[in-house]
Design a protein. Sequence first.
Length: 462
Amino acid sequence: MALYTIEDQTIYLEETGPENAPCAFLVHGWASSSYTWKPLLPALSRRYRCVAIDLPGFGQSPAPSHPPTIAGYADLVACLIEYFSPRQPVLLLGHSMGGQIGATLALRYPMLVERMVLLNPALSGRLSTRVNLLIGPHVLAERFLPLEWLLHLLAKTPLDYTDYLLKPSNFAERARVSEEDYQRIRADARRPGQGRIRAACFQAMRQSDLRGRLAALEPPTLVIWGAEDDIVPLRDAGAVAAEWPAADLRIIPNAGHWPQFEQPDATLRHIALFLGLPPAGVAPSADARDIAELHATAQFLNNSEIGGRLNEAQRMRIASLLQRRVLMPRERLTAAGARGDEMYIVQDGLLEVWLEPVPVGGVRQPPVRIAFMQSGQVAGELGLLEDVERSADLRAGDQPTVVLVLTREALNTLAEDDPALGMRLMQNLAVSLGRRLRHQNWLAQRLEQRAWQGGSVTRLLE
Ligand SMILES: Nc1ncnc2c1ncn2[C@@H]1O[C@@H]2COP(=O)(O)O[C@H]2[C@H]1O
């Protein structure tokens, strides 16, 4: 954990991911800590420099000197964003109260936020009836230090009721949460000495109702909600649907207030789709680790045959699957008759298609160049789609040539993980094949035309 100070406030935060990568800021919820993000950090820090904060008064960060407010927390996070990412807006993730802080920040400082991912965000600040009736009185009692210590001591006796309150409110009936994660979440919720802040934030959330202002949120946002959340109930998702149609709202079954722990695969899948991260299970290629290059590749794909009609996140996803290969002038990439399961997108230079004509009178003819592929065009797609022999030789032109390689395995993983993107990719490939077919038809027509014209000339001469 790293330690920072802003004015007189000390803040603990966890930093992961490459230092020169775009920044992601992660803001936890009420009575939690940066541990909130544990299931998501490995995937996120492959692409982002992740900064997971312990808000003042929570986790390891000491309490603020003034009573906390949601806007105050938003201002503090904004200050950190400006420090860590002075030139570029950031990805902002918020869970529960952290979602309310994130949305407040995006309303106050839209220029600091590139996009947002909100998990079960406490947008209205209204909590569930169960929390208000059962947990609320406990929280409010903890405002007073002697009472907090009394309740803390009680929690060490057989009279402890923490699990009865905590478990069913936080987790869905069929949730999958490991004992270790549960114990960490539980410990954060009951940290001694934080009772005053817990009570103050309980009130602060209610005083920061964002309903009626959601439509003004500018950054593209993914909102994920566990269907069985009994802390910030799903009814707040109704406000998202009604007021904020631009938000991408995803509801995850068999998850409650902690979808990232309860259904990590589904949660990560939605986030990966939204951010254009590689699908789970695909190791990033060496090139994909270089984030600047990844962005450049995604931009290049925009003008390629397979990147048409895709959004930025989808192009980033494909870019992260491609391997870059440099060919020497005239180097052979594939041989006719050999097997291969890769397709090539020409990034720079030229890829020539060579074919050996049918032997004439049993004599082999020298190969002829039948086509060439320029920057943005694809070749080798037949081998990618089907386990058949290559139909022609592919060779680099007279200059060094750079190709981006897509393997069948990567394509299959992508199509399984993101069927809509897989479908679009296939459509783009079909369109490119169609173009070639039309070109062949045109050549055939020209051949016919020449034969016919040739015939008529012969008649005239007669
Ligand atoms: N007539 C053609 N016109 C353009 N490209 C071709 C032609 N024939 C074969 N190719 C390309 O050459 C590639 C050789 O490997 P594949 O058979 O996998 O995929 C083939 C096509 O991409």
